[in-house]
Design a protein around this ligand. Structure first.
Ligand SMILES: *[C@@H]1O[C@H](CO)[C@@H](O)[C@H](O)[C@H]1NC(C)=O
Length: 312
């Protein structure tokens, strides 16, 4: 805008969370502990799946990918937040903010695409058990993972480039603990209508389509079980789909809670709690949901540890 006395903003201030000063230390310790648990838990899953050849099946390779994107997703926001809680001026450079936005979308979407891929894998395993290995061949698995990366890269790129077009004037205070897209749009002093429309459409597509696909897979699974009802069949579904369904519920529960439940008052509080849910709690719980309930994972852990002891 020519003639406008604009200052170019080179950094943003991340206000963080409205925590009373007397609870700052406790919150910091809690957040650090949860972040370390996320890193260690997910790393353990990745290492275990790589080391144990019994776990080189599509389901576990996808799970390993999910752990990888959980680990990265948490690392996009939490370390910077921890650092800002310690510093006098909780700032983030403009480029850092856009980088955070890009990787937030990249790994966040990856999680939702991987949940679809995993649902498809369970669908094939239960509805076509005899053809499972020929349908879910290594080529298809790699292709599904690569396709997810391509889609999520495109989506993250789109939002980041659209954000880079906007200009920011005096106000550079973000009332959040990371560079959240809607907080940034509120600060922008150029027209944000394109960004908002695309955010709405792409956000809807990236949440609704995966949700429909997952629901369809499970509808087919349930109907195939009901055709030949047997306790064995039901047991099989619960043992192989239970963990996946828990992770799906956790993921979509948060998303639905955030976007669909109306909240008249206290909406910033709700947004904050939800943001903590999906950046810290969900990535931390995923490995536990999979490994605690899962006999294969426990046996793999035992095998890997025993091998270590024998070789020592
Ligand atoms: C992700 O999945 C692909 C395809 O199954 C697999 O080849 C690759 O090793 C996995 N990557 C990780 C980090 O687990």
């Amino acid at each position: 805008m020519p003639g406008n006395n604009q200052t170019v903003i080179s950094e943003f201030l991340l206000l963080g969370l409205p925590i009373p000063p007397e609870h700052q230390h406790l919150f910091y310790a809690l957040l650090l502990a949860m972040y370390l648990t996320t890193i260690l838990g997910n790393l353990l899953i990745i290492v275990l799946i790589q080391l144990d050849s019994h776990l080189h099946t599509p389901m576990y390779l996808f799970l390993s990918n999910l752990s990888f994107s959980d680990l990265c997703f948490s690392s996009v926001t939490v370390p910077k937040f921890l650092q800002n809680m310690q510093s006098q001026v909780p700032s983030i450079p403009y480029a850092g903010c856009l980088t955070q936005l890009y990787f937030f979308f990249l790994f966040g979407d990856m999680e939702s695409f991987l949940l679809v891929v995993m649902a498809y894998d369970r669908y094939v395993a239960i509805c076509f058990p005899l053809h499972y290995t020929s349908i879910m061949n290594p080529k298809l698995c790699v292709w599904l993972v690569v396709l997810s990366w391509v889609l999520t890269t495109f989506h993250a790129m789109l939002h980041t480039l659209l954000m880079a077009r906007l200009s920011f004037c005096e106000d550079n205070v973000i009332p959040h603990f990371f560079c959240d897209i809607s907080a940034l749009l509120e600060l922008a002093c150029s027209n944000t209508i394109t960004n908002e429309v695309l955010m709405f459409i792409m956000g809807g597509l990236n949440i609704v389509i995966p949700f429909i696909l997952i629901t369809l897979s499970y509808a087919r699974i349930v109907s195939s079980i009901l055709k030949v009802p047997s306790t064995q069949g039901i047991h099989k579904v619960f043992s192989t789909c239970g963990s996946h369904l828990s992770v799906v519920s956790l993921f979509y529960g948060t998303v639905i809670g955030l976007y669909l439940c109306p909240s008249a008052n206290n909406s910033t509080m709700k947004e904050t709690v939800m943001a903590l849910m999906y950046t810290v709690v969900t990535p931390m719980l995923n490995p536990f949901i999979y490994s605690l309930r899962n006999r294969d994972m426990k046996e793999a852990l035992r095998r890997v540890l025993l091998n270590k002891r024998i070789s020592l």
